[in-house]
Design a protein around this ligand. Structure first.
Ligand code: URA
Length: 232
């Protein structure tokens, strides 16, 4: 609480070193690089994806493939860049063949994500797709049911807005999903600049906006060795 940007960055670097050496699940045997996450250690906005893909594994950086290019484009659409935010994943190591994360892998990696949230203290966390949304909301509801409606949660010791969004990879496959994702991004400026999330007594969801029923609905060349410079 109340740490300076420099203190947050230093603490993240220590956590990064732990993740880089992690052998808690078998994915360490097949990964090229652990993908800790990257961005502003003092960010008000954090994105949480699913797991590194092939390009992320190769570079040691999150969202640097095609889905990452779309994420950059969506950020630009609301006047932001990836340097303004922090981007992480549920899993820090690539599942072979990009298969789904397994429960034991999620359990092994989850303390790292919660530590990242505790250290960064973002005001808003966008969960991208089902795995991040279910893990951070603690609710098994699928992304199609919950996307685009901000929730309030106690995470990493403080109160945050959690905004579930479709995963950009799904948006690459389906133009209608891309349009929904683009319009859900437009909720972000108000969440970032409006009143902060109110504290809640229960670790449950408080829907703040919208009607849940009605809402159904290029690679950067940094080598992994440069990761310590990534937390601005
Ligand atoms: N998809 C994810 O969920 N995370 C990445 O880092 C890249 C693609």
């Amino acid at each position: 609480m109340g740490q300076s940007a420099e203190e947050r960055r230093a603490a993240l670097v220590e956590l990064f070193k732990e993740v880089r050496a992690c052998t808690k699940c078998p994915l360490h045997e097949t990964r090229t690089n652990a993908v800790f996450g990257a961005g502003d250690a003092d960010a008000g906005l954090m994105f949480v994806g699913e797991a590194p893909g092939a390009e992320e594994d190769r570079q040691g950086l999150p969202f640097v493939g095609r889905a990452g290019q779309l994420l950059n484009e969506l950020l630009e659409g609301i006047g932001m860049t990836r340097e303004d935010v922090f981007i992480a994943n549920v899993l820090k190591s690539r599942p072979p063949g990009n298969r789904d994360p397994q429960p034991l892998e999620i359990e092994a990696c989850r303390p790292y994500l919660f530590d990242q949230v505790r250290l960064i203290e973002p005001r808003v966390i966008c969960t991208l797709g089902n795995f991040a949304t279910k893990l951070l909301s603690g609710n098994p509801a699928g992304i199609t049911k919950v996307r685009g409606v901000p929730q309030v949660h106690e995470l990493g010791g403080h109160t945050v807005f959690l905004l579930p969004l479709f995963h950009p990879a799904a948006a690459l496959r389906t133009p209608a999903v891309k349009e929904t994702l683009r319009s859900d991004f437009e909720l972000l400026p108000d969440l970032l600049e409006g009143p902060p999330p109110a504290g809640i007594a229960l670790d449950d969801t408080l829907e703040l906006a919208g009607d849940a029923e009605g809402q159904e609905a290029a690679s950067s060349p940094h080598p992994a060795a440069d990761q310590l410079d990534l937390f601005g």
